[in-house]
Design a binder for this molecule. Structure first.
Ligand SMILES: Cc1cc2nc3c(=O)[nH]c(=O)nc-3n(C[C@H](O)[C@H](O)[C@H](O)COP(=O)(O)OP(=O)(O)OC[C@H]3O[C@@H](n4cnc5c(N)ncnc54)[C@H](O)[C@@H]3O)c2cc1C
Length: 386
């Protein structure tokens, strides 16, 4: 796709995923969260339809598409009220990194399962003392014969309980200080010395966040994905898709909230006309629609650049898309809640909890400020304060 207009194939995928989403929707996610469960039924059905691995290579059971297609899947499920957060992590980050940098054995071992949804991989880079500054991560791998011993701590890692393994970003002992030279390890869920503790989040989501401890976790040589010296390129092969997918997550949620507000504003009448006829209600909703559309256009550009192999161009566009989508989502959700008046705060309408959820797209995987820093320095050439 070089046109800014979506292809017929993409439109068809959008419509098909939207139809699946409509059969689940927000009530399904609410019931799942209330039961302390995971959205397994939706995950399994999306898998059967080939949506989960749509970006992974065909020879390993995937759909042979790219992040363009996977972002459509996530956006449409989100717009139906039932997003699958683990799509951001399992096929988009981990699947992509393994497909691009894994050995033949790693590809065979993981990609078919990630593609058909039978296996799941979480992704851990954030650390308590590093946060936005990933150059400060201290999770360290040291060699012991042909094995690796991995030690460190991670925080806010999503879906570790559901995942068969977590792709952990560390650094080797030789590269312990200075600019990050990351290396990536597949750590099986039950590896000895690999501990997890759920974080008590205010989010109402089916996916949980965990604090992880790695205490001399022994891993075989083939747990390392890619080259220990390949550096940031290999990491960003996963982080750019993550940013694009977070944009999709945000746009989907924004669209969901906006649609609920529009439905409500069309009917709710407290004077002579429905409240949607008052421009103070209509215009912010129209603005949100425009901002979500613009964010989607940027997301499509980023996905297109990424899928066509332009990692550098995709980096800038993915950051901008994530920024635009996060801001549009936060604003759309806020305006949606406001549009419903008191009903915006009831469990029955279920919008207020999205205020918290929408903020995730402003903070993770890279905060609004760090994107503004990136654009200030990389795009505009301004000096750095830190
Ligand atoms: C729901 C959720 C799920 C997550 N899932 C994962 C996951 O699966 N895997 C994973 O690895 N991580 C995950 N994260 C972590 C997420 O990526 C981090 O929270 C994020 O990168 C920010 O890091 P931090 O929380 O340490 O904030 P900090 O780095 O402490 O930042 C705090 C504030 O300071 C600002 N700030 C920091 N430095 C600067 C600066 N130089 N200039 C201006 N402002 C600055 C930030 O913008 C932010 O507003 C998740 C987080 C959440 C909330």
């Amino acid at each position: 796709m070089t046109s800014v207009v979506e292809t017929d194939e993409h439109k068809a995928l959008r419509a098909a995923v939207a139809a699946l989403g409509a059969r689940y929707g927000r009530d399904y996610i609410r019931r799942t969260v209330a039961a302390g469960a995971h959205p397994d039924e939706l995950w399994a059905e999306a898998a059967k339809l080939g949506y989960l691995g749509v970006n992974l290579p065909e020879e390993y059971g995937g759909g042979g598409g790219g992040i363009s297609e996977l972002s459509i899947v996530l956006e449409e499920l989100g717009a139906a009220g039932s997003p699958l957060l683990m799509l951001v992590v399992s096929p988009a980050i981990c699947g992509t990194v393994i497909a691009r940098f894994g050995t033949e054995e790693q590809k065979r071992a993981w990609l078919p399962g990630l593609a058909d949804g039978s296996r799941l991989m979480a992704f851990g880079i954030t650390e308590p003392d590093a946060g936005s500054n990933s150059h400060r991560i201290t999770t360290t791998a040291r060699r012991d014969g042909t094995d690796w011993l991995l030690t460190g701590r991670k925080v806010f890692i999503s879906g570790v309980d559901q995942a068969d393994a977590t792709l952990i970003v560390g650094r080797t002992e030789d590269a312990r200080t200075g600019r990050l030279k990351p290396c990536l390890f597949i750590v099986p869920r039950d590896a000895e010395g690999f501990g997890r503790r759920p974080i008590d989040m205010e989010l109402r989501a089916a996916e949980k966040q965990f604090e992880l401890t790695l205490d001399d976790v022994r891993l075989p040589a083939d747990a390392l994905v890619g080259d220990e010296d390949a550096g940031l390129l290999q990491l960003f092969a996963g982080l750019n898709p993550e940013r694009i997918m977070t944009a999709a997550f945000a746009i989907g949620m924004g669209r969901y909230a906006l649609a609920r507000a529009v439905e409500y504003a069309r009917d709710r009448t407290v004077w002579r006309t429905p409240i949607g006829a008052h421009q103070a209600i209509a215009h912010p909703l129209a603005q949100s629609h425009i901002e979500l559309e613009m964010a989607r256009l940027m997301m499509q550009k980023a996905a297109h650049l990424y899928d066509s192999g332009d990692d550098i161009g995709a980096g800038e566009a993915a950051n901008m898309a994530k920024y635009a989508a996060g801001e549009a989502c936060v604003k759309a959700v806020d305006q949606a809640v406001h549009t419903l008046g008191g009903n915006g705060l009831t469990n029955e309408f279920g919008l207020a909890s999205l205020i918290t959820a929408a903020r995730v797209s402003r903070i993770a995987p890279v905060s609004r400020e760090m994107i503004l820093n990136y654009v200030s320095h990389q795009t505009l050439g301004l000096p750095k304060s830190y």
